[in-house]
Design a protein around this ligand. Structure first.
Ligand code: LMR
Length: 392
């Protein structure tokens, strides 16, 4: 029976890890999957997380099940960072649950959207490829609009038109910060407008926040999410700790739901719990427990936020260095300087992407998305020279 299956392509982004590993050249560069790298090219465990893990191992007395909601101490400790210290539950209208990474959270969020019989999911493209993959797997109808303009800024006209064309009750998927794959974020003024347009049209916002702290700062990066939540009765937030706690393979994330009234939360969360049970039963504990220990301890929290500051500063330096190169061969690197987070897109043709791999040993997504953190002061000139060579 199983030969009835149809062959599936390997995930293009994850396949890059293997392609890069197989390349024997010593000076190869990996700008593929989104992991942070230091100036030495490593992806170390955060110092604060390492210390939290030691304490976890020393004090944990049981690994008995916690339930589909996972570690609620973790879920609640994260809320002031996401929703603001002043009113982290929005008067008791927000509740959350732990999920296996941001993908687990998006899967639950979109499964809830489907169960709620939402007709369509709108998203700006390009988007993170897994957004569309999850929608397609769930059989959700999708509508797309252009996220970016040719000049490397957000295409607000396309977004306004999309909101005009959307039907009341449609889901509108937005990247909270550090847009993946373009690095093109909305300004605060643009978020103000988006929040009021979404509220006016009675859309259901789904906010994907996977890079908080990697853009302009933990508080700054939450502006859009908080603005939208302050304007609408209901929203879903998919959160990932993969990047801002460096917990990637420990699969640490959370799903939050905001309802119009606190009394409606059990309805929403019962669906989240039931869907989790049917998918993975319960999320993996280790990463969430370590992140909770960090957030519960003032000294570890300060260490964690300091580590995040360092990551952000390093990526800012790389962006400035690329932008300063200006026009390189046939492409303009200047817009990269004003973009944010781990990613930017360089408009390579498919042939140029292949030439960067084959001739120069430089690996990045077929869309032309580069991981800014894969560049260091040691390899950035080599990268710029290769861009000049293949696009010139
Ligand atoms: C990425 O876009 O590279 C990351 O979010 C990792 C992933 O799971 O795709």
């Amino acid at each position: 029976m199983l030969t009835n299956l149809q062959q599936q392509p390997a995930d293009a982004l994850l396949a890059l890890i293997k392609l890069h590993n197989q390349d024997p050249r010593a000076d190869k560069i990996d700008l593929g999957v989104g992991v942070y790298r230091t100036g030495q090219g490593d992806t170390p465990v955060f110092g604060a997380v390492k210390e939290a893990e030691k304490r976890l191992v020393a004090t944990q007395t049981s690994k008995a099940y916690l339930g589909p909601e996972g570690d609620m101490g973790f879920v609640e400790a994260l809320m002031p960072y996401v929703f603001g210290k002043a009113n982290p539950t929005m008067d008791g209208r927000i509740e959350g649950m732990q999920t296996p990474g941001g993908t687990g959270s998006l899967r639950l969020a979109l499964a809830i959207v489907r169960k709620a019989q939402v007709a369509k999911v709108w998203m700006g493209v390009p988007s993170w490829p897994n957004h569309a993959q999850i929608c397609a797997d769930l059989g959700l109808a999708m509508q797309t609009f252009d996220h970016d303009d040719a000049d490397g800024s957000a295409n607000m006209d396309a977004l306004r038109t999309a909101i005009t064309e959307a039907d009341e009750g449609d889901c509108f998927l937005l990247h909270g910060c550090c847009h993946n794959p373009t690095g093109i974020d909305y300004s605060n003024e643009e978020w103000d407008e988006i929040a009021s347009l979404i509220a006016g049209k009675k859309l259901l916002p789904l906010l994907d926040l996977a890079y908080q702290g990697l853009g302009a700062g933990m508080e700054e990066d939450a502006y859009g999410v908080r603005k939208v939540l302050a304007s609408v009765p209901e929203a879903i937030i998919a959160y990932s700790c993969d990047k801002n706690f460096g917990l990637y393979r420990d699969r640490t994330g959370a799903l939050y739901v905001m309802m119009a009234e606190a009394a409606q939360l059990p309805l929403a969360m019962s669906n989240g719990h039931a869907l989790a049970r049917a998918n993975w039963s319960q999320p993996p504990d280790h990463g969430a427990a370590a992140a909770r220990i960090v957030m519960e301890d003032a000294a570890l929290t300060a260490q964690w936020l300091g580590e995040l500051d360092m990551m952000r500063d390093r990526m800012r330096q790389v962006r400035e260095r690329l932008a300063a190169a200006g026009k390189v061969g046939g492409v303009d690197l200047t817009p990269i300087g004003k973009q944010r987070g781990l990613f930017s897109i360089i408009p390579f043709t498919p042939e140029q992407v292949q030439a960067m791999r084959a001739k120069h040993g430089i690996y990045f997504a077929g869309s032309g998305r580069i991981n800014i953190a894969g560049l260091t002061m040691g390899n950035i000139d080599q990268f710029i020279a290769a861009v000049a060579d293949v696009t010139g």
